[in-house]
Design a protein around this ligand. Structure first.
Ligand SMILES: Nc1nc2c(ncn2[C@@H]2O[C@H](COP(=O)(O)OP(=O)(O)OP(=O)(O)O)[C@@H](O)[C@H]2O)c(=O)[nH]1
Length: 202
């Protein structure tokens, strides 16, 4: 399930992951909730992900709360060019604590990482917040595709391991997996051509 303030890029992240393209142009806010599926392959096993996109707008909050309980994983987004969306993450985590299952997998994503010159939240601030709440973290860009696949696949992998009962054996940790992928060869390195043209010329 995708959560976060309105406009942080939840629908675009989902679109990038599912269809490999960026939804440019007019911003159309999600109404209530919407869902899409995608079949991915993890260690040669096909896994069907059901991904719920939620409205970030406050007025839909009571609708979206009803879906938290059934979520196995939550991708919580803020927009690195919007400090308020970052500041609101603590409130989102409070709602998650209140409405979601205790063992829900949470990943914090700082989206719009392509917008270098408009950045209002440093990467370290995202890392610090994630450490404080003991959740996995990475910066993403729905526009360039940076880390989008990695975010979904890391979560899918964690869920698969949990389901197969391997969690107790400590065989997989989403945080370690993300760290390993990012410290080694970045899953999708951020090349010059991939940069948002608008931002890179600023
Ligand atoms: N530069 C840049 N723009 C982005 C990125 N992701 C989303 N956007 C833009 O941000 C705006 C909002 O994106 P949405 O995906 O609709 O936001 P949302 O979080 O789903 O919003 P709600 O449905 O209202 O909750 C759109 O104009 C997108 O084009 C990104 O990674 N980089």
């Amino acid at each position: 399930m995708l959560l976060g303030d309105s406009g942080v890029g939840k629908t675009c992240i989902l679109m990038r992951f599912r269809e490999g393209r960026f939804l440019a142009g007019n911003f159309i806010s999600t109404v209530g909730v919407d869902f899409r599926t995608k079949v991915v392959s993890i260690d040669n096993t096909k896994v069907k992900l059901q991904i719920w996109d939620t409205a970030g707008q406050e007025r839909f909050r009571s609708v979206t709360h009803a879906y938290y309980r059934d979520a196995h994983a939550l991708l919580l987004l803020y927009d690195v060019t919007n400090k308020t969306s970052y500041d609101n993450i603590r409130a989102w985590l409070g709602e998650i604590k209140e409405y979601a299952q205790d063992d829900v997998v949470i990943m914090l994503l700082g989206n719009k990482a392509d917008c270098g010159s408009e950045r209002a939240v440093r990467r370290e601030e995202g890392e610090r917040l994630a450490r404080e709440y003991n959740v996995a973290f990475m910066e993403t860009s729905a526009k360039s595709g940076q880390n989008v696949e990695l975010a979904f696949m890391a979560v899918a992998r964690e869920l698969k391991y949990r389901q197969s009962g391997q969690k107790d054996e400590n065989k997989f940790s989403v945080q370690d997996y993300v760290r390993e992928k990012q410290n080694g060869k970045p899953a999708q390195s951020f090349t010059q051509q991939q940069q948002c043209p608008q931002c890179s010329t600023n």
